[in-house]
Design a protein around this ligand. Sequence first.
Ligand code: CP
Length: 334
Amino acid sequence: MSSTLNNPAHPRNVQLTADGRLKHFLSINGLSKTLLTEILDTAESFANMGEQAVKKVPLLRGKTIVNLFFENSTRTRATFELAAKRLSADVLNLDINTSSTAKGETLMDTLQNIEAMYADMFVVRHADSGAAHFIASQITPKVAIINAGDGRHAHPTQAMLDMFTIRRHKGAFEGLKVAIVGDILHSRVARSQIRALNILGAAEVRLVAPKTLLPVGIEEMGAKIYTRMEEGIKDVDVVIMLRLQKERMSGALLPSESEFYRLYGLTTQKLAYAHPEAIVMHPGPINRGVEIESAVADGPRSVILQQVGYGIATRMAVMSMAMSGQMHERSQIQ
Ligand code: CP
């Protein structure tokens, strides 16, 4: 039995089975340190697979995984597809732009049609916050739903690959100071990272941004607010830079990109305020000269490309655990 039992004092987390196993992966909310550590440990077991002659294990052989990306993606989509293939699943990448959603079919009708093709898992990216939860509540419980990013709400597999990166480079979370810098307001990645870092026991989570890019009350998630970059990254062990998400900005939140870069862009000069062994992370896509200097992005303390590679192992872990939870739940019902 899994050691990640629900707390009976709290309502059932919809992404967990009755005995606390993962069956969907919708957000970091309500997940235990034990479960997050289990994801990281499982990812570790897959981490060197890319170097092997045969990059496959049969864990999801015979299962069908459908990638449903209603919003643009490079890293997440590619690494989910590679992860599914390395688990030996059959993978269908639905091209939303050429699908019948472009002819006016509703999201639910599209999903029910794919469900009728006996899919076992949907990997969903959507511009609307709550889309993955909504789908999980509407679709048959036999299909595992994995959130690949929904609006500003959550990007839980990104957060877990970031935690994997931090653990690989820094060891334990205890005692670590982590600064998340930039467009916090529009960032689903930051919200998921704050939760994961707090659950895993990071000593300090700092948010560094101009006031216009900080959501009201965000500190209640367990983070300290800084509006001056030099103070915010002082002595931190990890600097996570975020992209300015202009596609989600409705008003003038910044005087100009060059002013933002001057105050919050990570340059070699500003990085000197962090701990001398601090690592630099970014979920991508990066905007050189907007939030990060090329010399830092390509420099010796950057682990940005390693993050992308770790995404495959982390997504393999999440998909195999969710499918295992689904199979376990079905065996309990029969
Ligand atoms: N980090 C991330 O979600 O990148 P993509 O938008 O390219 O998937």
